[in-house]
Design a protein around this ligand. Structure first.
Ligand SMILES: Nc1nc2c([nH]c(=O)n2[C@@H]2O[C@H](COP(=O)(O)OP(=O)(O)OP(=O)(O)O)[C@@H](O)[C@H]2O)c(=O)[nH]1
Length: 140
């Protein structure tokens, strides 16, 4: 598990949980930030903010159900980092997830399965680009 910090202020950081979810052929699930939201149009691992009183795993199961209609079990933590955006500072926690059904875009967002080499070329949210580099370097 890797826990680097991007350096800026990490006070009042918002915990954000995200899923590393692979289908049978090894492609990875990404979803796209919808128009009108911060980082609109960029791709990210599906997930969202951890609410007070929730564990990261509970938050991830809730987000996957709400956004993609997925029933999922959650495995180990793969990576974690702090990222400072102009509008907020997040602590992004990437958890391995295993889905029991197929995703459907319940909030109208785009999503897709990507092979690792395709992810190199996808416009990822900046925090996710860093996370991906960590994962790749450690050949997950
Ligand atoms: N879900 C998710 N958010 C990420 C990732 N990477 C990343 O920088 N973020 C940022 O973390 C924040 C998560 O907010 P969100 O909007 O997804 O979460 P939410 O639905 O629970 O909150 P909201 O109701 O305030 O929109 C956003 O600013 C988003 O850009 C990621 O891989 N997954």
């Amino acid at each position: 598990m890797w826990t680097p910090s991007s350096g800026g202020s990490s006070e009042n950081k918002v915990p954000v949980v995200a899923a590393f979810l692979r289908e049978a052929s090894g492609r990875i699930l990404l979803s796209r930030r919808p128009p009108g939201k911060a980082r609109a149009g960029l791709w990210e691992f599906p997930g969202g903010k951890v609410k007070p009183g929730e564990s990261p795993a509970e938050a991830l199961r809730r987000e996957l159900r709400e956004e993609l209609g997925l029933e999922a079990s959650v495995g180990q933590e793969l990576a974690r980092l702090i990222h400072v955006y102009p509008d907020l500072t997040i602590e992004l926690i990437l958890l391995e997830a295993f889905a029991e059904n197929y995703p459907q875009a319940l909030e109208g967002q785009e999503w897709g399965w990507f092979r690792p080499e395709e992810i190199e070329k996808v416009p990822l949210a900046p925090a996710d680009r860093r996370l991906w580099q960590l994962l790749y370097k450690n050949s997950l």
